[in-house]
Design a protein around this ligand. Structure first.
Ligand code: GLP
Length: 244
């Protein structure tokens, strides 16, 4: 596990974007696993800047996003597909048909989960998976549980996650209670993992996830077993971890 401590969110975003850029430069037709939330917004901004400077080409890049709220369609501003279009895809030369999401409007949950697992498989797996981390240790929407859920599944979101994400909605009641998310094995099968974290509010969970026991009650702790994990986090998020 490689840990980079950065001064602040901007530095974290720049370093994370550098790592993703390196992936795209080394393998122009790579498959990127992408995340939503506040953490990656700066990283996406930096990628857009690099694209506009002529340093990056997304024309052969394919993407799979971690998750999508159940019941939200892509034109809904709170959907993760809308988020990705708004924060990245609309600003670079990626082929929209090469970007993939669980379908929040799917009528059959099991069929949708099977379809999404097949999408990931048909792309040949993920070269680089970008992750944020929830305050309770969730990755994607893999919430704390008594076992790790391996593949794409429908999750009942915890109250703390709904509360945390309600900041992006008009009210708590508007936050969907369910979401589709890639599972832990989908994530662990990625060649490389890049986890970003910023802010004091992530300090406790960062310590628990990466220096505590591996347990499904802290889903991100499983990443300790991945062969190629890079953490880029600011000093606030790493403030409970003493690095040599
Ligand atoms: C959401 C997303 C996760 C994200 C997490 C943390 O629940 N499903 O993919 O990592 O929130 O978000 P933030 O980066 O805003 O703290």
């Amino acid at each position: 596990m490689q840990i980079y401590r950065t001064n602040n969110y901007t530095d974290m975003s720049r370093k994370a974007a550098n790592i993703i850029s390196a992936q795209i430069l080394m393998k122009p037709n790579c498959v990127l696993g992408l995340a939503t939330g506040s953490s990656p917004i700066g990283t996406y901004e930096q990628l857009i800047t690099k694209y506009k400077q002529g340093d990056l080409d997304f024309s052969r890049v394919k993407t799979v996003n971690l998750d999508e709220y159940k019941g939200l369609c892509p034109t809904n501003e709170q959907s993760y597909q809308y988020f990705m279009n708004h924060h990245l895809f609309d600003h670079v030369n990626i082929d929209p048909s090469a970007t993939n999401f669980p379908d929040g409007m799917a009528s059959n949950d099991d069929d949708e989960c099977t379809r999404y697992n097949q999408v990931i498989q048909s792309l040949g797996g993920i070269d680089l998976q970008l992750l944020g981390i929830g305050h309770n240790g969730h990755i994607g929407f893999n919430e704390p549980s008594d076992s790790f859920e391996p593949f794409t599944h429908l999750v009942s979101l915890t109250e703390s996650t709904i509360k945390a994400n309600s900041r992006l909605f008009n009210s708590y009641d508007e936050v969907p209670t369910h979401a589709y998310t890639m599972g832990i094995q989908n994530i662990m099968l990625a060649d490389k993992i890049l986890l970003i974290a910023s802010g004091k509010d992530k300090a406790a969970i960062m310590k628990q996830a990466f220096f505590g026991p591996i347990t499904p009650t802290v889903p991100a702790s499983i990443l300790q077993l991945h062969k190629n994990v890079t953490i880029v986090a600011d000093q606030d998020a790493l403030s409970e971890i003493a690095l040599v």
